[in-house]
Design a protein around this ligand. Structure first.
Ligand code: H2U
Ligand code: ZN
Length: 347
């Protein structure tokens, strides 16, 4: 009899329509490597050498104002430019090329150099949520912007250039690849069922319970059934809001609370400042009607077994299909049992 906690199997991600491979029997193999704990990194509240701290000069020569809350600026080394010609200069079907217009910004979450989302209170995270929403409206409101991607790279392992709490926003004319997949699947699901894909998914996850690790009145945090990264999570608002600007005040508070809950549990898991890439997927901003879009956040953290041992997306994953050993159910249980008090403060 098939047992998903024992037998190799594949699972479908209905948001991308892509399969993943799960090999739960391998998680039972003996592990001989040491599990090392890193000494906590001590950072000053203000770093005179940091290009994101208030009052400091950036690489481009601009000087940050003495900001006290969040602070947004145009990326000094933007990956996208607003005035790019957006035509398709080559008509050969095997050599497709399109100019892409866009705007890239950096958002500081706090003036404090020594904090992370995990070490901020929900009341301190709430203005970050409001800034993400404002930026989505501001950038999305421009006629050449069709999508606003809000994200955070956290930690040197993920390529973050600076420990100061910050994220990025890249707004483009066209939908990014991952968003295009989710747009297609969510549209088809809504057309067939008259409800958003994530509303039905969330209902069923709540009924099953085994992958949910935290919920408040407005948001649920779970390890998705189809997770690729060992401790990947998905944050879903209970109401099918399409975008960050569409969130009500209580839903923004709920998101701030959920963000603190998941980031604290992540840090506690291996007693380290847990690296990840996270970001929101939301409705396009080209002025269309998107009742099928259900806002959500993905956390993609690379750590597998300790503060230093990460999952590598190599070999079969590059050539075949992404694969995991520890099941999403086991990962959810590990995260659920973590304290919601940050390990550096728990005495
Ligand atoms: P990451 O840590 O996620 O790489 O984000 C930092 C961004 O900050 C990065 O995109 C920008 C980089 O281009 N940056 C500036 O805009 N000004 C600076 O003075 C340094 C870095
Ligand atoms: Zn700083």
């Amino acid at each position: 009899m098939f047992d998903p906690s024992q037998h190799p199997h594949r699972r479908l991600n209905p948001l991308t329509n892509e399969w993943i491979l799960v090999s739960p029997h391998r998680a039972l193999r003996p592990w001989q490597g040491q599990v090392e704990e890193l000494p906590p990194e001590v950072r000053p509240a203000y770093d005179p050498g940091c290009y994101l701290c208030p009052g400091n000069a950036r690489a481009g020569g601009q000087v940050n104002p003495p900001y006290t809350g969040t602070f947004v600026f145009d990326n000094d080394f933007p990956a996208l430019l607003p005035d790019t010609p957006d035509d398709e200069p080559d008509s050969h079907p095997l050599f497709r090329i399109q100019g892409e217009r866009g705007i890239a910004r950096v958002i500081c979450f706090s003036p404090r150099h020594d904090l992370t989302l995990a070490e901020m209170t929900p009341a301190e995270i709430r203005p970050v949520v409001d800034t993400w929403a404002e930026q989505t409206e501001d950038l999305g409101g421009r006629d050449f912007i069709g999508y606003v991607q809000v994200f955070e790279n956290r930690g040197a392992m993920m390529g973050a250039s600076n420990p100061h709490p910050h994220g990025q926003i890249w707004a483009t004319g066209r939908l990014p690849r991952e968003v295009l997949k989710e747009d297609t699947t969510q549209r088809a699901y809504y057309a067939a069922h008259g409800r958003t894909l994530l509303s039905d998914y969330l209902d069923e996850e709540r009924r099953r319970g085994e992958r949910i690790l935290y919920a408040n009145d407005t948001w649920t945090v779970l390890v998705p059934f189809w997770a690729i990264w060992p401790f990947e999570t998905l944050l879903i608002p209970h109401r099918a809001a399409g975008s960050l600007p569409a969130l009500r005040a209580d839903e923004r508070d709920g998101l701030a609370d959920a963000l603190r809950q998941i980031t604290v549990r992540y840090d506690n898991l291996f007693r380290t400042s847990f690296p990840y890439s996270m970001g929101f997927h939301q409705a396009p901003t080209d002025g269309g009607d998107y009742p099928y879009w259900h806002l959500h956040a993905h956390f993609y953290p690379p750590l597998l077994r300790s503060a230093t041992i990460k999952k590598h997306m190599v070999g079969y994953e590059m050539l075949g299909t992404p694969q995991r050993d520890i099941t999403p159910e086991q990962a959810a249980a590990r995260l659920r049992e973590q304290s919601d008090r940050h390990y550096t403060k728990a005495k």
